[in-house]
Design a protein around this ligand. Structure first.
Ligand code: AMP
Ligand code: ZN
Length: 460
């Protein structure tokens, strides 16, 4: 059984799907106003790994990853409708319409996730196309006494009406500091920690509602889309660690208040990525995109491998050196898999298989799983055909395209590898007669040997 660290329960817990053999998972999707950087992609990799491990267990996984194309303000602690929407702000900068910007970066995001072999989600609703769901949900919250409209057309969630607020992040209502950022207290709110579900405005990307024209708050979007596409009880909710508060606290309050019960089984958060020792964030200018990695001659899947060298729950520092190292490992593994493919197939190595599977089940211990694969690669007791099957078995989860080189790179015929080793030994022992004899034997197998200052090389 897969076990994951549940941020709300503060412990590793078994993930038992509520539906018969169907695991439902929601992932907070991108705000599509710029390219996703490698740090963002780390958060989405978490969801893909969960999905692939669960699928290996025979579960059907239904995922929803939304697209935020409206409503995410530059500073989302701000309930001020004049606050800048990230997509609108970028549209102004690029002199394009908001929807053009949103669709362009959504496509780029899809392409990046596919490049990293992330399975596409079953549902990827856009916020701008599901406004009716949000209006419905807000109306339900008002009706149940959890939200209130004010004369300027804003609707606020009444935080005090949800006593268990703060269970995910530990930020309880009575501990929150009022107006930490805005000097003046917002007179429209009953309580300083109330947040906007609807914000009045009349510009691009606004809609008519019973409360007036405007646009939704970012948090209500995820509640509306998750309840609609996954139902009112689903198993997992993932996101980056920074989304714990306020985004996920607010989402939990909205969804639970509307349904009257706990909606999400487990909250799972991925830690942040640093690059060359500094947080990867657009605001600090420390950003690496998948296109930068490819431009450096590194296979983009080396990013996937490098990220898996750390558990999702650890903060990790990526560097160009670690990316190059991951690229070398990836190329070596693909070459080995192609070589092993030439040997007779043998059953998957049961000992390694069990230990690697256990590592993955244990809160996605990918670093341990990769160490075990390295051990297996070097293990002389295991026949190549079994190494081949075991690597392929786990490539369904690692998704590194390990069979990519099969049939593409020249592979030595059976027995030639041993002859090359014998010849190398003969040459270091200055046994030129043996060296020449072995060269002829290799030629009979179709392998042409040449001696260079760096040692012998071969071609078919
Ligand atoms: P955004 O598009 O800004 O809403 O972010 C998309 C996802 O990336 C969210 O789940 C964030 O928590 C996550 N994220 C942002 N920065 C980083 C980072 N440096 N490392 C890992 N995840 C991040
Ligand atoms: Zn969300």
């Amino acid at each position: 059984m897969l076990r994951l660290y549940d941020t709300r329960a503060r412990q590793v817990e078994p993930v038992v799907p509520q539906g018969a053999r169907i695991l439902r998972m929601y992932t907070c999707g991108p705000t599509v106003y710029r390219h996703a950087h490698v740090g963002n992609l780390r958060s989405y990799l978490l969801a893909d790994l969960i999905r692939r491990v669960a699928e290996r267990k025979g579960l059907r996984v239904v995922t929803c990853r939304n697209v935020t194309d409206v409503g995410h303000l530059v500073d989302d602690s701000d309930t001020d409708p004049a606050g800048e929407d990230k997509v609108l702000a970028q549209a102004r900068r690029e002199s394009r319409s908001a929807l053009e910007i949103a669709r362009f970066y959504e496509d780029a995001f899809q392409a990046d996730t596919l490049t990293l072999n992330m399975r596409p989600p079953e549902h990827s609703p856009r916020a701008s196309e599901t406004i009716d769901l949000m209006i419905e949900l807000i109306a339900r919250l008002i009706e149940k006494g959890h939200a209130y409209a004010v004369p300027d057309g804003s609707v606020f969630f009444d935080a005090a009406s949800f006593p268990s607020y703060g269970e995910i992040s530990g930020n309880r209502l009575d501990q929150l500091q009022p107006a930490y950022r805005i000097e003046a207290v917002d007179e429209r709110k009953r309580f300083h920690a109330d947040w906007a579900l609807w914000k009045p405005a009349d510009h691009e990307l606004t809609w008519e509602t019973p409360w007036g024209r405007g646009f939704p708050g970012w948090h209500i979007e995820c509640s509306a889309m998750s309840l609609r596409f996954l139902g009112d009880r689903f198993d997992l909710h993932t996101g980056g660690i920074d989304l714990r508060f306020p985004h996920h606290e607010d989402e939990r309050a909205q969804s639970n208040a509307a349904t009257g019960h706990e909606v999400v089984g487990h909250w799972v958060h991925g830690e942040h990525l640093l690059f060359e020792g500094r947080k990867m964030a657009k605001s600090t200018g420390n950003v690496v995109l998948l296109s930068d990695v490819a431009a450096a001659g590194i296979d983009p899947l080396a990013v996937r491998l490098a990220l898996m060298e750390h558990r999702y729950r650890q903060q990790m520092n990526l560097t160009w050196d670690t990316l190059h190292a991951a690229d070398r490992t990836l190329r070596r593994w693909r070459r080995r898999v192609a070589e092993w493919a030439e040997s007779p197939s043998r059953p998957i190595e049961a000992g390694y298989k069990t230990r690697i599977q256990e590592a993955l089940d244990d809160d996605l211990d990918t670093p341990l799983a990769l160490r075990l694969l390295r051990d297996l690669e070097r293990d002389e007791q295991i026949p190549p055909g079994a190494k081949f099957e075991t690597f392929l078995h786990f490539d369904h989860i690692l998704a590194l395209d390990l069979p990519a080189d099969i049939g593409r790179i020249p592979v030595l015929p059976a027995g030639a590898g041993e002859l090359l080793e014998q010849r190398e030994r003969a040459r270091s022992a200055a046994d030129w007669a043996a060296s020449d004899r072995i060269r002829d034997e290799l030629a009979d197998l179709g392998v042409k040997v040449a001696d260079t200052p760096d040692g012998q090389t071969w071609a078919l």
